[in-house]
Design a binder for this molecule. Structure first.
Ligand code: DGT
Ligand code: ZN
Ligand code: CA
Ligand code: CA
Length: 584
């Protein structure tokens, strides 16, 4: 399911429903930090939830007048007026006044895992912590240990969260980086045949986040640097010379462009694709052969023996081409040398998508629309996995509605040729490891995806026991987004991953790579470990609209970084063999 994002910049034109919800959630946070009346706080939280999950655009309701808003659950006159103020102006005076009354850096503390408004208040009032820097200092000096409610586990979690935040700072998600790169390449090289402009760096390696874009150009590059720094989206030119330039986009993302001669293009591509560690290992290999490798080529003395093509650089070092996703110095050079490089799974191998939501819960498109989109992608099968009843804010299905959905899927399977729609559910794993739907209901389904959405703060032991119990449930097919992380926003929950892998292997269950670029969960390390232990991996999109089925490429990218071949991937199998896997 999708989750609430921390508040973004105030919108000024049309705002979507989650946009409205964020304002009210922020008010609730601020009131709570100030220690105000709990009922008042709850009223704002309820309003946020109502607005977030409303089927109709809040914009439209607001334009119809106060009455239309007051008719919503939990929205009274005062809230209705605030919603209309937001719709009109994109701002809320009340929120701005609240903000003015507390230190502005205080809200950043809310983004640290483990810190909610109540704890932030305590930090502020009792330890004088009003910023992330203060928090870091307080942690370093051991000053949090004295605070009531701040036990060693919580303090460790805060410290880890803070470190991760610092590391993540300034990194953008893979999908955002893709969009930025595609726009730039289209604008600069769109119809120019003689110009080669390609992406290198972490984006080419398909890392889940990237710090900056590295572009390489060769061929007809006259005027390219000038056109690059003058692009629409450029906010600032950081450096510009004859053969290279760096700019910062309006989004904050830095982009480096290097122009290289054609005879060096392959060597430069190899160098700037990285990773740094892979590059170092490769240059060592060159040195061991009495050669010298740099971004201009591979040299034997003064003579360039490779450089124009990347594959030639590897070949001259007695290696087959190594896919960029593997270039992290995690054994890929040894594997290449021994002819053991995996034949990585690719998007074309994928025959089905096994996690998606429809208008039955929090998705935007109907089952039929999802099915048609899947067929257009050439899939053989999909599973509809709306939420079970626990995720009420997402319109989760109870047994009665699920029964009706099953009938609808039967009817669609009658109508649609060439695609099988599997009946599924994303059932919640409750705190004790039981599921949120009864066994006889689950028994009617083809595919049961079990996931954790609530009570994420359990101890490692409790969380492990909870998930292992769910994996042992005879009706469960797979564990979805197994670690619960949200990239840049929430670290994985505490869990003994090896224990999860053992349970999945023992029970014949699948582990998922949720390919949504916000999750990519399992990540590359985890997925590799699971696959090596013999657990089949299922790659899905967690689509909330038909267009989201295209997110499959991100799941596949992550799978490739995990060294997975089609054999490791459950949904690279034809339907019959996929179903056989579930029946083991
Ligand atoms: P990022 O931008 O942090 O997401 O990751 P990368 O891998 O794109 O790193 P970046 O942009 O700093 O550099 C691009 C590539 O250039 C990097 O993967 C390898 C190469 N490179 C950059 N700096 C160094 C260096 O100091 N030593 C070596 N060996 N290679 C470097
Ligand atoms: Zn979910
Ligand atoms: Ca980079
Ligand atoms: Ca760079």
């Amino acid at each position: 399911m999708k989750e609430r994002r921390p508040s973004g910049p105030p919108a000024c034109r049309a705002m979507d429903n989650p946009g409205y919800a964020r304002f009210f959630a922020e008010i609730a946070d601020l009131l709570e930090i100030r220690g105000e009346n709990p009922f008042r706080i709850r009223a704002y939280r309820n309003a946020a939830r109502t607005l977030e999950t409303l089927a109709e655009p809040v914009d439209e309701l607001a334009s119809r007048g106060e009455q239309a808003l007051v008719a919503l659950p939990g929205i009274g006159r005062d809230l209705a007026r605030k919603i209309r103020e937001l719709a009109r102006t994109g701002r809320l005076e009340f929120l701005e006044r609240l903000k003015a009354e507390i230190p502005p850096t205080l809200v950043e503390l809310l983004e640290v895992p483990g810190l909610g408004p109540r704890r932030v208040r305590k930090l502020w009032q009792e330890a004088g912590v009003v910023s992330l820097d203060d928090l870091e200092a307080a942690l370093a000096e051991g000053r949090l240990a004295g605070l009531e409610g701040f036990g060693p586990t919580l303090i460790a979690k805060i410290a880890r969260g803070l470190a991760e935040r610092r590391e993540q700072a300034g990194r953008v998600r893979l999908d955002a980086a893709d969009r930025a790169a595609e726009t730039i390449v289209r604008q600069l090289a769109g119809r120019r045949r003689g110009l080669r402009l390609v992406v290198a760096g972490s984006l080419r390696r398909r890392r889940e986040t990237v710090h900056d874009l590295d572009l390489l150009a060769t061929g007809c590059t006259r005027g390219l640097i000038e056109r690059f720094v003058a692009l629409d989206g450029v906010r600032e030119t950081l450096a510009a010379g004859g053969s290279r330039a760096s700019v910062r986009l309006a989004s904050g993302l830095q982009v480096d462009l290097r122009v290289v001669p054609e005879e060096s293009f392959g060597a430069a591509l190899q160098y700037f694709t990285g990773s740094k560690e892979h590059g170092i290992a490769l240059r060592r290999r060159a040195r061991e052969r009495g050669l010298r490798l740099n971004e201009y080529g591979l040299f034997d003395g003064e003579r360039r023996i490779a450089g124009a093509r990347e594959d030639d650089v590897y070949a001259a070092l007695d290696l087959p081409p190594i896919p960029p996703e593997l270039r992290e110095n995690r054994g890929e050079i040894e594997a290449a040398e021994q002819g053991r490089l995996p034949a990585l799974v690719s998007l074309d191998d994928i025959r089905g998508d096994l996690q998606m939501h429809t208008t039955w819960s929090d998705g935007r498109d109907t089952i039929e629309a999802m099915a048609c989109a899947a067929r257009e992608r050439g899939y053989e099968y999909i599973a509809i996995t709306d939420h079970g009843p626990t995720v009420r804010v997402a319109g989760g299905l109870d047994a009665a509605r699920l029964a009706r959905q099953i009938e609808e899927i039967d009817a669609i399977n009658e109508r649609i040729e060439g695609l099988r729609v599997l009946k599924g559910i994303e059932t919640d794993i409750l705190e004790d490891g039981t599921l949120d739907l009864p066994d006889d209901v689950l028994a009617k389904l083809d595919y049961v995806l079990a996931t954790v959405h609530t009570r994420l703060a359990l101890s490692r032991r409790e969380m492990t026991r909870r998930i292992v119990r769910a994996l042992r449930h005879p009706r469960v097919s797979a564990l979805g987004h197994p670690t619960g992380r949200l990239i840049g926003r929430r670290p994985p929950y505490e869990v003994d991953f090896d224990e999860i892998v053992r349970a999945a292997a023992g029970e014949g269950k699948l582990l998922e790579i949720d390919g949504h670029p916000e999750r990519l969960d399992l990540d590359d390390h985890h997925a590799r470990r699971a696959a090596e232990a013999g657990v089949p991996i299922v790659i899905s999109t967690d689509a909330h609209a038909a267009a989201d089925l295209a997110l499959m490429r991100y799941g596949v990218d992550q799978a490739r970084r995990a060294w997975l071949t089609p054999d490791h991937v459950a949904n690279a199998r034809p339907l019959g063999r996929f179903l056989a896997l579930l029946r083991r």
